[in-house]
Design a protein around this ligand. Structure first.
Ligand code: NOJ
Length: 528
């Protein structure tokens, strides 16, 4: 699978065709040629199922049908077929840790029906666990005089995988979509599905140590796989892991053990969290970033497991704004890095055009429930200006602004004002501008995608890290058969002296070489 490139689509912000200011499935269909031309193989769609959208689709009310805001079931069938005709597969996002409280099961549970209540976690006493979006993880239901567990928004009720009816239904959902021609699944926060039997207060944290990487995650995944996706080795799966460990992550994605094809871990995207707190800013720690790559790349190989390579997604600020000055060199340096590490590459919509962060100036520009909740939490100890600065750096909405296709009204994304504003960055360039400029980030991305998909050293090669403590450069080698590539990425906006020898250039984001020197954000992959 390492030769495939997955492209993540956030449908709501990709392309609107039904004039409601939100992207839709037909919008994706109109852009299939664009995606084909870019060279990606698999299109991962964040959830498009029926949902009240309290968490933008990660609160699913019906796993078998498309939410009308995204189109019809027939539109999804057509997208699957048309993508397939162009040689691309569709990966769907399965949110199986929780359902929306509007899901039929939860609604029946609310009437006091024990059969349905046992599909969730209802409890007489609550403990002090905090939800990921702020506030208690237990929500009170007056009619039942009970609490239910909701680790995210209070409208996302955690599912009880121990319940056989739940498990069987999840198998059925996977098989339903596989039968429809879907060739991949991304499993949302899948390491949270095994909950403890007894809850206890967490004296030193927010409770996550009690429900993360629980004892049965591997068993559940293998069972689910054996009955659905793992029957076909061509089906690609990726498990999103929250606050996991290398040991656990590698267990979930060991090759040939009918687990997941690969996993998402987020350690490398916390290197700018002060004291591990997402809402406290600090400049990113470059040495920590490299050390994490070193540990995870080698650790996963050792366990015969596969990791995914990604720097941005719909829950993250844009890597371009986070790690670089938003220049062509910055964008292409990151692109070279992600394409030359070991694993499966995931690109996020907009990365190919160097789309920067949102740069929203006021709270009313934000839409994300987590950002809005944290605005209010942070305001207790910070000034308005401080909180807006934090959101500007950390909000998930940074990754959710619509794609600017061209310079027509609403950047050609929609005929209406979009559901969320466009990025306000002066560095924003449209898709059209990118396509028309042969030296754009888009054209560079196309080139590096083609390289990554065809070059055996980059796909299969072993990885060896060098000079890990260098303050500016990220340096490693890839070895395959008799060949060795040297990869050097300058993460800083300054010139660095670093002598190296090479036989031939594989890919380079500057037009020429300056001997023994790496210029600002210069990145080079050479054969040695
Ligand atoms: C991870 C998803 O990527 C995120 O967007 C969502 O809010 C949580 N899981 C809860 O489903």
């Amino acid at each position: 699978m390492e030769h495939k490139i997955v492209y993540q689509i956030y449908p709501k912000s990709f392309m609107d065709t039904n004039h409601d200011g939100e992207g839709d499935l037909r919008g994706i269909i109109t852009k299939l040629d664009y995606l084909k031309d870019l060279g990606v193989d698999v299109l991962w769609l964040t959830p498009v199922f029926v949902s009240p959208q309290n968490d933008n689709g990660y609160d699913v009310a019906d796993y078998y049908h498309v939410d009308p805001r995204f189109g019809t079931d027939a539109d999804l069938d057509e997208l699957i077929q048309k993508a397939r005709d162009k040689g691309m597969d569709i990966m769907l996002d399965m949110v199986f840790n929780h359902t929306s409280t509007e899901h039929e099961w939860f609604q029946k549970a609310l009437t006091g029906d024990k059969k349905y209540m046992s599909r969730y976690f209802f409890t007489k006493e609550k403990v002090n666990w905090q939800s990921k979006f702020g506030g208690s993880a237990f929500e009170y239901v007056e009619e039942l005089d009970l609490y239910y567990l909701s680790l995210f928004d209070k409208t996302q009720a955690d599912l009880n995988w121990e319940n056989e009816a739940v498990f069987n239904e999840l198998v059925k959902i996977c098989n339903y979509w596989l039968d429809k021609g879907v060739r991949g699944f991304r499993f949302d926060v899948i390491n949270l599905i095994s909950k403890p039997k007894v809850y206890q207060d967490d004296e030193i944290g927010d409770g996550r140590r009690f429900y993360t990487d629980g004892p049965k995650v591997t068993e559940y995944l293998r069972k689910l796989g054996a009955l659905s996706f793992a029957k076909d080795p061509e089906v690609m799966t990726v498990g999103e892991l929250s606050s996991t460990s290398l040991k656990k992550a590698s267990q979930y994605s060991k090759r040939d053990e009918s687990g997941l094809s690969t996993i998402f871990n987020f350690h490398h995207l916390k290197v700018d969290y002060k004291d591990g707190n997402k809402w406290a800013l600090k400049p990113f720690d470059f040495i920590e970033l490299k050390t994490l790559y070193h540990d995870w790349q080698l650790g996963m190989v050792k366990e015969n497991a596969s990791m995914s390579l990604f720097l941005s997604n719909h829950d993250q600020p844009r890597a371009l704004s986070r790690f670089t000055d938003e220049s062509f060199e910055g964008a292409t340096m990151l692109m070279n890095m992600i394409m030359s590490l070991k694993g499966v590459v995931y690109l996020y919509q907009g990365e190919e055009i160097g789309l920067p962060n949102a740069y929203f100036d006021t709270l009313d520009m934000y839409r994300d429930v987590e950002s809005i909740n944290h605005y209010h939490i942070l305001r207790k100890n910070h000034t308005e200006a401080e909180v807006l600065k934090i959101l500007k750096a950390r909000s998930r909405d940074n990754g959710r602004t619509p794609i600017p296709w061209n310079h027509q009204a609403h950047y050609g994304f929609s005929s209406k004002v979009p559901w969320i504003p466009f990025s306000q960055s002066p560095n924003l360039k449209t898709v059209e501008e990118n396509i028309n400029d042969p030296h754009s980030i888009f054209h560079y991305t196309k080139k590096v995608i083609q390289l990554r998909k065809s070059d055996e050293v980059l796909i299969y090669g072993d990885i060896e890290f060098i000079d890990l403590d260098h303050p500016n450069l990220f340096i490693y080698k890839r070895h395959f058969n008799e060949e060795t590539y040297l990869c050097i990425h300058n993460f800083y906006n300054l010139e660095v002296h670093y002598p190296y020898h090479y036989e031939a250039i594989v890919i380079h984001n500057y037009a020429s070489i300056k001997k023994d020197t790496l210029r600002p954000f210069e990145s080079i992959i050479v054969k040695i």
